[in-house]
Design a protein around this ligand. Structure first.
Ligand SMILES: NC(=O)c1ccc[n+]([C@@H]2O[C@H](COP(=O)([O-])OP(=O)(O)OC[C@H]3O[C@@H](n4cnc5c(N)ncnc54)[C@H](OP(=O)(O)O)[C@@H]3O)[C@@H](O)[C@H]2O)c1
Length: 191
C-alpha cells in the first residue's frame, strides 16, 4: 500500500480543534497547506469537511470524505463509507496516476486515530501554546517511538502565536525507503 502523509496543525498537547473548528488560523500555514496538498489527494472525515469554508471541497485536489451516512452527497467530493473502501479507493487513484498523486490525511481526530498506521510521513505545524478550550486531538508523535522528527523549521510568529514546522517519518520507513517527497518539504521550510 502507498503510505500516506498526515498534515496537521497542533497545540502543545496535540489538540487540533474545538466545536467543529480549528483552534487557530495561521495564514502562512494555510498557504503552506495549500501548496503541499495542491494537485494531490486529500482525505478527511465528514466533520472536517463540514469545517471547510462554505462546506465546499478544496479546489485543485481530489477531495475524499469518509462518512457512514449513505445519503451524504456533495458536488466535487468523492464519498466513501468505510476504511476498507477508503484504502482501496486511494490505492487505485495512486496507481492510476502512476504514483504521481500523493495521499494526504488532513483531518480530523477520528480519522487520524484510525488511519495513523497507513501514514509514514507527518507534516506538523506546532503552536507553542496550550488551548484550554479544545475537544479534538491527534496522537502525540513525540511520544510514539515509531515516529522520529527528521526536520524542523525555525520558529515563526503571527500575532501572539509562535509556531514551527516539524516533519516526522515513521522510523521503519527511514531505513527501508527514504522518501523522495521529503526534499520539497525541506526546501519549503527554508523560507
Ligand atoms: N488543526 C488541524 O490541523 C485540523 C485539521 C482537520 C480538522 N481539524 C478539526 O478537527 C475537528 C474535526 O475532527 P473530528 O475528529 O471531530 O471528526 P473527523 O475525523 O473530521 O470526522 C469524523 C466523522 O468521520 C466519519 N467517520 C469516521 N470514522 C469512520 C469510519 N471508520 N467509517 C465511516 N465514517 C467514518 C463519521 O462521519 P458521520 O458522522 O457522517 O458518519 C465521523 O462522525 C474540527 O474541530 C476541525 O476543525 C483540525
Amino acid at each position: 500500500m502507498t503510505p500516506w502523509t498526515m498534515i496537521f496543525a497542533v497545540d502543545s498537547n496535540w489538540n487540533i480543534g474545538y466545536d467543529g473548528d480549528m483552534l487557530f488560523k495561521i495564514h502562512a500555514d494555510l498557504r503552506r497547506f495549500r501548496r503541499m496538498t495542491k494537485s494531490n489527494i486529500i482525505i478527511m472525515g465528514r466533520k472536517t469537511f463540514e469545517s471547510l469554508p462554505d462546506q465546499k471541497p478544496l479546489p485543485n485536489r481530489i477531495n475524499i470524505v469518509v462518512t457512514r451516512d449513505r445519503d451524504f452527497l456533495r458536488q466535487g467530493v468523492t464519498v466513501v463509507h468505510g476504511l476498507e473502501a477508503l484504502k482501496t479507493l486511494v490505492e487505485g487513484l495512486v496507481m492510476e496516476s502512476g504514483g504521481a498523486l500523493r495521499p494526504f490525511l488532513i483531518g480530523g481526530g477520528q480519522l487520524a486515530r484510525q488511519c495513523l498506521s497507513w501514514c509514514d510521513h507527518a507534516l506538523i505545524t506546532k503552536v507553542f501554546r496550550s488551548f484550554d478550550q479544545s475537544d479534538t486531538l491527534i496522537p502525540n508523535l513525540d511520544e510514539d517511538p515509531d515516529w522520529v522528527p527528521v526536520w524542523n523549521s525555525r520558529r515563526y510568529s503571527q500575532d501572539d502565536l509562535i509556531y514551527q514546522y516539524v516533519n516526522y517519518e515513521r522510523a521503519q520507513s527511514r531505513v527501508v525507503r527514504p522518501s523522495p517527497a521529503l526534499k520539497g518539504e525541506l526546501d519549503d521550510g527554508k523560507r
